[in-house]
Design a binder for this molecule. Sequence first.
Ligand code: IPE
Ligand code: IPE
Ligand code: MG
Length: 237
Amino acid sequence: MLLNKDKFPVHIGFIMDGNGRWAQKKGLPRTFGHKEGAQAFRRILKYCYEIGIKNVTFYAFSTENWSRPKAEVDAIMTLFNDYLDEAGDFSDKKDARLIFLGDKAPFSPDMRQKMIELEKVSENNDAMNVAIAVNYGGRDDIVYAVRSVVKMIREGFVKDEDINEELITSLLYTKNMPDVDLVIRPSGEKRLSNFMIWQSAYAEFYYTDVLWPDFTPNELDKALNDFAQRNRRFGGV
Ligand code: IPE
Ligand code: IPE
Ligand code: MG
């Protein structure tokens, strides 16, 4: 499909939804859907790199997803851990910076270490930013920023009057990335589910009934062409 690169979003957020239903439709356990969803993630990340999207975020696991059955959570963590073992290869080859959005505290020490290490070694890569939101919640993101503000005030780094949108933005998990301007949600659901509530203030939304494991580069092209037609006004006329 022909793409207009001048009208590309600077930051796409993917809400990778529909894995469970994909598997259930085939009479398979939900975990098969997560496995296939992880493949879709690899495919779409690679395609974003190829066409030149500079910032991408993949919403992989929310602060609310811990409420799922333990076996399902464990299966998702295993898939995530597998990816952590290969992510360094991608970031080296593609000069991509890896960022993990969300509180790392609940993960195993081993996984936490891998995330921290990947972030550190890819820190100066600048072909693209690849964020993976795990144990991420938009509200948690803001709580974390508020805590940082309080700490800075206590330590005398900022005054009350220094608290503004710029300061809050600089303290979010996404501090190294521009605001998301296109949020793509497959699977037919039309909600944010606690994804980047601050950063998506002026984002365009794109919904499709396709389930995430079936999401292809062609689906992304459709979303990009749709985005290119949008008239973004930011409150102006
Ligand atoms: C998205 O797929 C993956 C995660 C939330 C971890 P779901 O598991 O939510 O799939 P559905 O929505 O039940 O189909
Ligand atoms: C949102 O999907 C979270 C991720 C895709 C990681 P959910 O499936 O958890 O969202 P709800 O429960 O349908 O709102
Ligand atoms: Mg879901």
